[in-house]
Design a protein around this ligand. Sequence first.
Ligand code: ATP
Ligand code: MG
Length: 412
Amino acid sequence: MLQSDLFTKTRREAPKDEEAINAQLLIRAGFIDKLQAGVYTFLPLGLRVFKKIENIIRKEMEALGGQEILMPSLQPKSSWTQTGRWETYDSLFRFISHYSKIEYALGPTHEEIISPLLGKFIFSYKDLPKYAFQIQNKFRDEKRAKSGLLRGREFFMKDLYSFHKDEADMDKYYEKAKKSYDKIFKAVGLGKLTYLTFASGGTFSKYSHEFQTLTPAGEDIIFICDKCKIAVNKEIIGEQNVCPQCGNKNLKQEKAVEVGNIFKLKTKYSTPFNLKYKDEKGAGKDVIMGCYGIGLNRLMGTIVEVYHDEKGIIWPESVAPFKAHLLNLAVNNKKITAFADKIYNSLQKAGVEVLYDDRNDISAGEKFKDADLIGIPYRLVISEKAGGKIEIKKRNENKAKLVDEKELIKIL
Ligand code: ATP
Ligand code: MG
């Protein structure tokens, strides 16, 4: 993509009303725009990152047997009264139609929709197990929305729901889902910092599990067991004060962000929606459910919190908007510009995603600053100085080296 075509521009100053580093950097670099507290637009650069994250997640969900669907945000009150959550769900956005006076909710999650939905298709043990997921925008009336993409009032979630004939089958799937989650967090560059964290299972199970990524920006406190490489959250430490796996008492306290969470719902939602099936003997049984969430905005914000320096963002390659950022520092020199154009074309032919800073009204210093702020993994500089070669430097390294076109394509 030509940078001169991008309608967004970078900003030197962070907006005054943004406290969170992730939002400050993402806004300054032109990835997102703030509409109001907790509500952001994804701009062209931001949407590219979002889609990379989305596709990493989608691939793992499909490998888990998940079938993708898309459920509505606009939901009837009746679905929510059936589970009692119309009254109890604190962050539920509720409103009334001006014409019909009918009450609606904006979906903060979709158990109330998917349970009766699958009830239309599940009749017998032969129809189980089934897995459905969506990547969809959620609405939550969050009291505090000051953490940028980490806590929004409108945000995207991947929510997967599983339907089983018994708990043993759900337990097996739950363990598989844990492994998929590990793969996802590793793929986006957060593997080493993300801990499987024991959390309360509510009234239906002993534990649920959160996936918590260590960062000072985190709103949660977790307690890490160095022996098991797992963690427990505040509720669990309050209850038992030891590692649930090995009994270790020396747990290390850290700040973290909950990027994902998995839950054995069992019959919590199948009961209110009368979601049953006939077993081999023709007896009616409750369908057993699990649910599995990942926040995409939150994941993107967490990546920025973890990977940045004083100059800007440092994207992991797997989620970067482009792999390479090509800077032409000699836009007024026809010969060098022709060379830069040629490099841009051959990179594209080689399948390398490249943002080409071809802007002719921006100084070299500004181009360098923008490249550091935007944070694309490889910076390629073409200038009068480079003498027909390309200077290549990784965003997270200081040393640059000069290469010719062939070497460049090989490296990228
Ligand atoms: P939290 O405890 O942080 O409020 P939660 O436990 O309510 O989150 P879930 O309902 O389990 O979250 O949602 C699944 C995932 O959606 C979370 O793990 C998180 O990644 C993401 N998420 C939840 N709330 C928000 C939000 N307000 N903004 C962005 N992402 C969110
Ligand atoms: Mg939580």
